[in-house]
Design a protein around this ligand. Structure first.
Ligand SMILES: CC(=O)N[C@H](C=O)[C@@H](O)[C@H](O)[C@H](O)COP(=O)(O)O
Length: 221
């Protein structure tokens, strides 16, 4: 299923979130579809299977946390296979050069495309990582990890629009904006900077975080 230009909604809720679970993420996906989203990003096989009901392309990830390695977004081939089996047409994975237990990201990109027949959505944090991922055959390059790697500290409050511009001027594959796009105006700026699509998570699908922002920013102490 082709990924159209537009807004992608990330429907994720960790285990400590009251909205954790496929029932809630499936409903979030339906709401996002009705609101005009062109695709859904979701984590783990159960949520991926649930969000398929929205009938949109699914960008699947499988977060696997380790005490030893910093990479947690689809860190190995087995994680990618689980996602595709659950129904994701597009596999997102960490394509930074940081240490990981198994194969490097360039090998994973090639294997996912050849052996699973899925598209690859490369989550990166810098221009060089994006260029390398595209060179290895990634279908899409996304700024998801900008602000979340050592190379991109300290994490700014704003999204990395400059990285969008730099990637878009160098790559022929679609560049996707992701990470801290917390308002419609920032989404518009991402498209102006050359993004093909923009992923929004927290500000659409995390009412706990949204509530915190209203409380801390609007309610007198
Ligand atoms: C760094 C990392 O692990 N990002 C994750 C990737 O799947 C998610 O936790 C984010 O919510 C997602 O990228 C969307 O970003 P935002 O919630 O800022 O709109």
């Amino acid at each position: 299923m082709k990924l159209e230009k537009g807004l992608i909604v990330s429907c994720q809720a960790r285990a400590d979130n009251p909205l954790h679970g496929p029932q809630f993420m499936g409903a979030m996906a339906l709401a996002a579809r009705d609101g005009g989203a062109v695709a859904i990003r979701a984590n783990g096989p159960d949520d991926i299977a649930a969000v398929k009901a929205a009938g949109l392309p699914v960008i699947g990830i499988h977060k696997v946390f380790s005490d030893t390695f910093p990479v947690y977004i689809t860190p190995d081939f087995a994680a990618a296979e689980t996602i595709v089996t659950a129904g994701a047409e597009i596999v997102a994975l960490d394509c930074t050069p940081r240490p990981r237990a198994g194969e490097a990201s360039d090998v994973l990109i090639r294997r996912i495309r050849a052996e699973l027949g899925a598209e690859v959505f490369a989550d990166i944090s810098t221009l060089d990582e994006g260029l390398a991922a595209a060179e290895s055959g990634a279908t899409y390059v996304a700024t998801t990890l900008s602000g979340y790697t050592e190379a991109t500290q300290p994490k700014p409050d704003m999204p990395d629009l400059k990285l969008i511009e730099a990637l878009a001027s160098r790559l022929s594959v679609p560049v996707i904006a992701e990470g801290r796009y917390n308002s419609p105006d920032l989404v518009r700026q991402a498209f102006e900077a050359g993004a093909y699509a923009v992923v929004v998570g927290t500000m659409i699908t995390n009412p706990r975080e949204i509530t915190r922002k209203f409380v801390s920013g609007g309610v007198p102490a």
